[in-house]
Ligand binder design. Sequence first.
Ligand SMILES: [Zn+2]
Ligand SMILES: [Zn+2]
Length: 374
Amino acid sequence: MTDEQGIVFRGPGAPLVPEPLRLDPPGPGEVRVRIVASGVCRSDLHVVDGDWERPAGVVLGHEGAGIVEALGPGVPERPADRPAGSGGLRTGDLVVLAWTAPCATCPACRRLEPWLCATPRGGTHRTEPELVRLRRPDGSPVGVYSGVGTHATAQVVDAAAAIAVDPRTPHDVAALIGCAATTGVGAVRWTAGVRAGERVAILGMGGVGLSALLAAIAAGAEVTAVDPVPEKRARARALGAVDAVDPGDDAHLARLGRPFDHVLECIGLASAVEGALRLVRPGGTVTVVGMPPQGVTAAVELYSFVVDGIRLLGSNYGSLVPERDLPEIAADVVTGRLPLGRLIDAHLPLAALPDALAAMRRGEGARRILLPGG
Ligand SMILES: [Zn+2]
Ligand SMILES: [Zn+2]
């Protein structure tokens, strides 16, 4: 058992402060990971603000990277002569933590759609008594948000959620690859299937939208960014967007017309999904990537939707196959093909989570990274 710290969600509106926790050794099929970086994601905000119903008593955070400290019984050790990212784990590996650990046996996993896994390993939030590895000093159990709970100094996770990547990947970017970066990159590569020479519009220039922008540019596409915040439009241009549009600028939108092969909605707003359907060319795709509050609906003008043969896609976790795709994204970071480090605004201590969430509520910047080890 080790003495750790983590930020436990106690219900919407409750204070978010690091508290002392005790971590059990890894059980069969699990690994203990020292968290080296943990991104602050809009999904954290949805939980904290009560937009999504999630159980109280779980350590928050689902976008993280860590160093493997211990392998539990039965976790196959990668031979020393095989590189990280070729499958298996070794103590000392840099791992990206995937917020779903596919079971590999359910119908979705057998279709190679692990993002739809019905029975993820380690359960959903590790609140079942047999899965609890984290306790308060009084012995009361603490769960782990999305199976990884990265706003903590260390965690025990299922080995299928810890994917070894090139150790040269910067730790802060490795954390981003755990959620925002992969959600955006994957939506472009694996959900929409963007190809060289295509025209792409991306709505919302937060961490996910900017990741999608970098992936579309890397694919050889021409990207138009859409965001109401002037600083975010400027950032999109600096990262290679050929145009950046205020969604309130009707004249600019009218000049654009409907030229886009792909439109990606990366905010989770009904109005933005409706706007996306007005930008896509006949036969093009609209991919909804942003996560709305539960219960939100959008209006679709069905006649033109059918006549124009529009394809409307949902993209969950970038249609990711973790052990295949996470090492690939990290490799693209190391070679410079995906400069995801340019999305990071600040590195903060664990205790600064409320400040980072407040900045996100104000719409400031792209990504803030907590460094639980200080
Ligand atoms: Zn996230
Ligand atoms: Zn499954």
